[in-house]
Ligand binder design. Sequence first.
Ligand code: PMV
Length: 347
Amino acid sequence: ESIEKGHFAWSAPSNIALVKYWGKKDNQIPANPSVSFTLNNCKTITKLAFEKKTNLDNFSFDLFFEGKPKEDFKPKIQKFFERIEIYLPFLKDYHFTIDTQNTFPHSSGIASSASGMAALAMNLMSLEKSLNPVMTEDYFYQKASLLARLGSGSACRSVKGQLVVWGNQANIEGSSDLFGVEFPYTVHENFKNYQDTILLVDKGEKQVSSTVGHDLMYNHPYAERRFTQAHENLDSLITIFENGDLEAFIQLVESEALTLHAMMMTSMPYYILMKPNTLEIINAIWKFRNQTQIPVCFTLDAGANVHVLYPNKDKENVLQFIKDELVGYCQNEQYICDEIGNGAMLL
Ligand code: PMV
């Protein structure tokens, strides 16, 4: 089958890890399993146009971000194409035009690599499916997740499902280091439409990239214990998701966030990505939780922004608290209301 030209468009969401991926082996294999909530509103929308070309020696693509040519992302895409060519042997047959935009504010400090790489992977799988129509839906999504992983590890959790596990864990059926899978067990209704309000504390460029951070887990004095702990925490989460124990959930999720940052503070060289306002927000959340018994907690990714997590039924109270007491700690009072979503969508 040969196709001269055409185009697809997909959206893919960001995700927020509950058990964190931090540290990897060769070929984007995670050092420990992780699990994340898929988000709903923070996403990347990518249109991929393709057209057959005659020179088959190199990858060929143009990249536009929010309508403007974007040269500085090109090396990342080039590297991605090199990594996935063995899985998509047609890549050099086409010239691609990649048109991408995010629904969240530009340079908000929200990582767009997960949603961006997932959206591109979905488009490439649509082309693969056009060329080789005989494939199951499961295969389609699994391979999309595998490709996304090779773009950015956590991107493999942005493909399909509300709660996604990536990394081999003995007691999670179907889990794999190669791609994300939907959490296969019961999830208590306490977690239905779970809310994530993202407080934008610092929109600046991170001083230390995630790539460097992952590498610093080699020869890290606490790495082995940390990798074991991630397995233990994922194991505990299976029970927590089943019985809806929000107290246990909060304890585990906050500990994961602080452990991630503790790994940064205890690597060599050491570094700190939290800002003073990150700590102000954490303290205010603890105080509010103590006073009201509302089960709100925080998590962090590799940056200063704070994700405020809470059940849908407490939305009104928590949003009021955020407006009254937390927005003052945000850069330009900016925050983004999000909640659990379902994954990538063909547009
Ligand atoms: O996918 P990467 O290489 O950008 O790493 C993401 C790492 C964390 O966001 C800090 C944790 C995670 O599991 O998403």
